[in-house]
Ligand binder design. Sequence first.
Ligand SMILES: Cc1cc2nc3c(=O)[nH]c(=O)nc-3n(C[C@H](O)[C@H](O)[C@H](O)COP(=O)(O)O)c2cc1C
Length: 363
Amino acid sequence: MASNSFGVIFKITTWGESHGKAMGVVIDGCPAGLSLEESDIYTELAWRAPGRNTLMSPRIEPDKPEILSGVFDGKTTGAPISILIPNSDADSSKYEPIKNLLRPGHANYTYLEKYGIFDYRGNGRASARETVCRVAAGAIAKKLLSHYGIKLVAYLKQIGTVSAKVLHKDITQLIQTTKQSAVFCPEAKASETMIKLIEETKERGDSLGGIVEFVADGLPTGLGDPIYEKLEANLAHAMLSLPATKGFEIGSGFQSVLMNGSEHNDIFIKEEGIIRTKTNHAGGTLGGISNGMPLVGRVAFKPTSSISHEQETLTLEKEAAAIKLPSGSRNDPCVAIRAVPVVEAMAALVLADSLLLNKCSRL
Ligand SMILES: Cc1cc2nc3c(=O)[nH]c(=O)nc-3n(C[C@H](O)[C@H](O)[C@H](O)COP(=O)(O)O)c2cc1C
């Protein structure tokens, strides 16, 4: 299986299966001298962990990361950083009764076609358990960004038809309000309505999709290369490499088709001697290069494929069959909630890599 790595200078390689012994990530290219403790990584993993409340999968993983290499005396040495995260609450019994069925919305059909073998216990590499490695690496990328004065936050913007109104004026406050919400939605009223909607949908044995938005502030101009490695292209690659994603937007995104150029063009202004724009429809990039305005993007997640309803399907031998998940199966009713820290991590990885790459753009 190829392609388990992401990034050019700040490059990660992840390994491990959902019901294997452990998950792991190797981070290559992190500059030496960055202070780093296991607790920095643990804090980020705790935001992503399942079982935090009844709105997510009840799998309980302590997600205690162990740094195996690349750190000495609390500082990165420049050597590859290797992180191990044990799997301790895998329950393969729920997968046994459905192992000979094609699971609607899941990866077992395509994996079987491609590799001829599929780890049905927890879906192996197709499982979102892999994203724990991305969040571990993202924790380090976020520390690097913070060293350069860059702040980053992701939050739940929409679930089903319930959308939050979010202002990007004060990113520090946005981080705080996001973390106070059980669903990572910074607007209290929308957060409450979302929780009700999830509870009702879960009760009916169904699932919901959602949109995760991210904002990065304090970016210098110049990140991103203008042709095949445009900043937004790399962000789209990062986000669409996540399981269950169905769309990516930057700035005004798909809504921009409803505007005229006269409305959409962001007018340049001088603010305290710095070039800014009056509006930010571009979402922080021009020509694939960061323009110093906040970077704003959105990721669409489909409704969770695993639902309690019985569904039609086929057996692996192509016979008509019905699939119903065994009772007690553990699933997120809306994956977009737990995807919030993962989107943040992927944005951090792209930005950290872009920052380091930008150091060789001119004399
Ligand atoms: C954080 C996160 C948690 C997820 N949890 C579940 C889950 O509990 N149940 C499920 O059916 N899919 C879940 N998914 C999505 C599946 O992993 C994914 O839909 C499946 O592997 C098929 O891949 P695809 O949707 O990218 O085509 C989750 C995705 C993310 C990002």
